[in-house]
Design a protein around this ligand. Structure first.
Ligand code: AHR
Length: 482
């Protein structure tokens, strides 16, 4: 219980528009839709729902997705993709086969597939990011799907897309070369050497179909994997030249942890990103390459993994509820802190996807036939995505730390973005203290008169409650001519 009279944690921060980490890439605010539980069926897609359009897209969910501000959406998995035949999800709905989904022990109706997903992304205002099956399938099927999606016409597969109603190419740029291929649970799991060779071959062939694609090699499923680091090194030795990004997945489970220990998880994400960057750069140096890879943190979130009940998948079921975690305010603070961490790495993280989007460990929940609502984790994502513009500023809060299993953790976590064009500054702050509020003093003298209205003496003072997050957008004076 926080003490009402507790002394605030004192933090100071100096910001200067001249000292930046890198540009804010809107792709940092991505999300993820997998054929898992009710993410697709009765999540984003529910023909017959009162809010559904003629394609079965729930407009109540679409409204929330737009409000969330998801910029990129990864699809169709996740573990699901490693047994997926993309052709099943194309063509007339009545002709689509029902299949066993081996990853989640479910029945897949294939009523929703690639074409529906790309259309749905357009409605949501998000860029599609497609994952390829490199588990049970390989290079040929990857190339086929790319031809189906991106080739304008005049070939068997591009004409098939046109027959399916899409005259224009889908023009999908971002592609994941498989999913979590380092994990023994993955259907078609491979050794690093096998996967690296397959990723390289597939990437080369894909670039022959469409040289504009941006390709993501599978990194580690989490930093606790015994192969973390060595997997990336071996894989990238083979495909460094042919890919653009390497993935990292990071989930944080609050179960059995004190709140400070749980919130310390953001430090793990911070170090994991640094480790992947260092490994990729090491390979780049050995190859005498000038190219620098980006990291795609294409699955991250709070996930109560320990609540997984194997009984939920004992029977072969179609779109039954799975992993429908309910989040609280501490989880929302963790999500804010993980976003702060991602922004602080804006120079090397090129894509990030909150996993997942609807119902499955998600910021949005739905009832079949009923309402859709926001979870606590919705607000930090939506507010930070809306505020982060321009460049990420270097921000090193001076504040006391506490000890945790992952090391010394600053009680206050912070980052800031500044948009030179509009003159807008935004601060994203987290107080990790469980029993003390925080007072953050931010020196903004380097902004001159622009912030005179909010900080007449060049100092902003921001208060946070214990275990909380805030996005602060100090009013800037209008810029001449704007
Ligand atoms: O997001 C849930 C699952 O977590 C994904 O299917 C898999 O990629 C990861 O292990």
């Amino acid at each position: 219980m926080p003490r009402a009279d507790a002394d605030p944690v004192a933090a100071t921060l100096t910001l200067d528009p001249a000292f930046t980490v890198g540009p804010v890439d809107s792709r940092l605010f991505g999300s993820f839709v997998e054929h898992l539980g009710r993410c697709v069926y009765t999540g984003i897609f529910e023909p017959g729902h009162p809010s559904a359009d003629e394609r079965g897209f729930r407009s109540d969910v679409l409204d929330l997705v737009r409000e969330l501000g998801a910029t990129v959406v990864r699809y169709p998995g996740g573990n699901f993709v490693s047994g997926y035949r993309w052709e099943d999800g194309t063509g007339r709905a009545a002709d689509r086969p029902r299949r066993l989904d081996l990853a989640w022990h479910a029945i897949e109706s294939n009523a929703f597939g690639t074409g529906e997903f790309v259309d749905w992304c357009r409605e949501a205002g998000a860029e599609p990011m497609l994952a390829l099956n490199l588990g049970t399938r390989g290079m040929q099927e990857a190339v086929d799907l790319l031809e189906y999606c991106n080739h304008p016409g005049g070939t068997r597969l591009s004409d098939l897309r046109r027959e399916h109603g899409a005259a224009e190419p889908y023009d999908v740029r971002l592609w994941c070369l498989g999913n979590e291929m380092d994990g023994p649970w993955q259907v078609g799991h491979r050794s690093a050497a096998e996967y690296g060779a397959l990723a390289a071959r597939t990437a080369r062939a894909m670039r022959l179909v469409d040289p504009r694609v941006e390709l993501v090699a599978c990194g580690s499923s989490h930093s606790g994997m015994p192969t973390f680091g060595s997997w990336e090194a071996t894989v990238l030795e083979q495909c460094y030249d042919t890919v653009d990004l390497v993935s990292l997945h990071s989930y944080y489970d609050p179960t059995g942890k004190s709140v400070p220990e749980f919130l310390a998880g953001a430090l793990d994400l911070d170090r994991s990103i640094d480790a992947v960057v260092a490994t990729a750069d090491h390979v780049g140096a050995r190859l005498r390459s000038r190219k620098r890879l980006q990291v795609s943190v294409d699955e991250w979130n709070v996930w109560y993994v320990s609540r997984w009940d194997p009984a939920a998948v004992a029977e072969w079921r179609e779109a039954g509820p799975l992993l429908e975690d309910t989040y609280d305010d501490v989880d929302a603070t963790m999500v804010a802190s993980l976003l702060v961490t991602l922004l602080r790495h804006a120079d090397r993280v090129g894509v990030a996807c909150l996993a997942q989007l609807v119902n499955v460990i998600a910021p949005i929940r739905t009832e079949p036939g009923g309402r859709a609502w926001r979870q606590t984790t919705f607000a930090p994502f939506a507010q930070i995505a809306a505020a982060a513009r321009g460049s990420v500023l270097r921000a090193e809060p001076r504040v006391a730390t506490y000890e945790s299993e992952v090391g010394d953790v600053p009680l206050v976590d912070a980052t800031a973005t500044y948009d030179e064009e509009s003159g807008e500054l935004a601060l994203m702050l987290v107080n990790r203290s469980v029993d003390r509020p925080a007072r953050v003093r931010v020196d903004v003298r380097a902004f001159g008169d622009a912030l005179a209205g909010s900080a007449p003496d060049g100092l902003l003072e921001i208060d946070l409650d214990p275990v909380s997050w805030r996005v602060v957008r100090p009013a800037t004076d209008p810029r001449p001519g704007s």
